[in-house]
Ligand binder design. Structure first.
Ligand SMILES: *Cc1c(COP(=O)(O)O)cnc(C)c1O
Length: 360
């Protein structure tokens, strides 16, 4: 007997990347930061006072919001803390989309969006990206035509790693009738030479909501902490109405603050990831696998038809060698592998395995 809601019974859940229970695996499949969290974060964890666990946490996470606001040059009122970035995605739907009303995405993108839409009983309006993984000129118009009130755009894009410039995002926000959630899960890895900073746009557009997470940039995927940044008209209803009363726990808030205060350390990991990203991109290119220029901590490598193995076979052969990458059985992604940037040693092992398997 199923007691599920009809829409829940019909839907399929999110398929996460595999989390092997053994440590001997080279894990390049879920875009975790390959470096450990900062020492300051680990010290804050060890020094966690018992009383902070006995009591309820701060209901508004104001200390964290103030710290994040200072870093981003916005006000604490522009920030809402959430239990991972994923909770912000769910809250954006709860707050801005009537049950059953449509939700917009650019295809392909983060595979959690359609799952969250299904939970809401919502149709997904999918507008395909162009061959360079960029939104089509009519992206916003199509969302408006279908009366979409919330559109997800991941930038830098996942799973391609490519970056849209501020003007392009602003142009979409400007045309959209509804809310544009720009998922910046990977923005920390953008080359600083790009001068990429979209946050000032929240002063100009009251329909622009940014997602940030500690999972990738701050090596804290296990902590489950993220936040939204936007104009107060977007943040207030989430922070004050739809969010669970204590969704960010006391440990997460303290460690998150410690991570932001020691941002220099995180920045050193971003820089190391960029160095390795360039090296890995060159190495896979020499093996005939092409990847678009990535501004994230992963590469989307295309396996050519002439290769000794196709993408699913290469995925499996790497897995047999205890190297995990990600393959998506999905349009435009079937002939590609998404490879998270590892440490130098991990990347060397990957490159050696690819050389062997592709006979190059
Ligand atoms: C990792 C990720 C998130 C947020 O992840 P959390 O671990 O829930 O913070 C959001 N969007 C994309 C595209 C991601 O890859």
């Amino acid at each position: 007997m199923s007691y599920e809601r009809e829409s829940v019974r019909r839907m399929t859940g999110y398929t996460p990347g595999e989390q092997p229970r053994v440590d001997s695996v080279i894990k390049l499949n879920t875009n975790e930061n390959p470096f450990p969290p900062s020492d300051a974060v680990m010290a804050a964890l060890r020094d966690m006072p018992a009383d902070a666990l006995r009591r309820y946490p701060s209901p508004t996470s104001m200390d964290l919001r103030e710290t994040a606001a200072r870093i981003h040059g916005v006000e604490p009122e522009n920030i809402v803390a959430t239990n991972g970035g994923d909770e912000l995605l769910r809250l954006a739907i709860t707050t801005f989309v009537e049950p059953g009303a449509p939700i917009g995405v650019a295809e392909p993108s983060y595979s959690l969006y359609p799952v969250l839409a299904a939970v809401n009983g919502s149709e997904v309006v999918r507008v395909p990206l162009d061959d360079d993984w960029r939104p089509r000129p009519w992206f916003a118009d199509e969302m408006n035509r279908q009366e979409v009130n919330l559109t997800f755009l991941v930038n830098p894009h996942a799973p391609s790693g490519t970056l849209l410039a501020a003007e392009e995002v602003a142009a979409i926000a400007d045309r959209l009738d509804g809310v544009l959630l720009v998922d910046e899960a990977y923005v920390d890895f953008v080359d600083p030479d790009q001068g990429h900073d979209l946050l000032p746009l929240i002063r100009e557009f009251d329909n622009l909501l940014f997602l940030r997470t500690f999972s990738k940039g701050y090596s804290l995927a296990g902590l489950r902490l993220g936040y939204g940044i936007g104009a107060a008209n977007l943040i207030d209803p989430i922070a004050g109405k739809t969010r669970d009363s204590y969704s960010v726990d006391a440990v997460a808030e303290r460690l998150g603050i410690a991570a932001l205060q020691d941002r220099r350390y995180a920045q050193s990991t971003w820089s190391a990831v960029r160095t390795e990203r360039a090296r890995l991109a060159r190495a896979v290119g020499e093996l005939g696998l092409s990847a678009p220029r990535s501004e994230t901590n992963f590469l989307l490598a295309r396996v050519p038809e002439t290769a000794a193995l196709d993408a699913p076979a290469l995925f499996q052969a790497l897995k047999d060698r205890r190297i995990y990458v990600r393959h998506f059985d999905q349009d435009r992604l079937r002939d590609r592998l998404r490879i998270s940037i590892g440490t130098r040693e991990q990347n060397d092992r990957l490159i050696a395995a690819l050389r062997e398997l592709l006979g190059a």
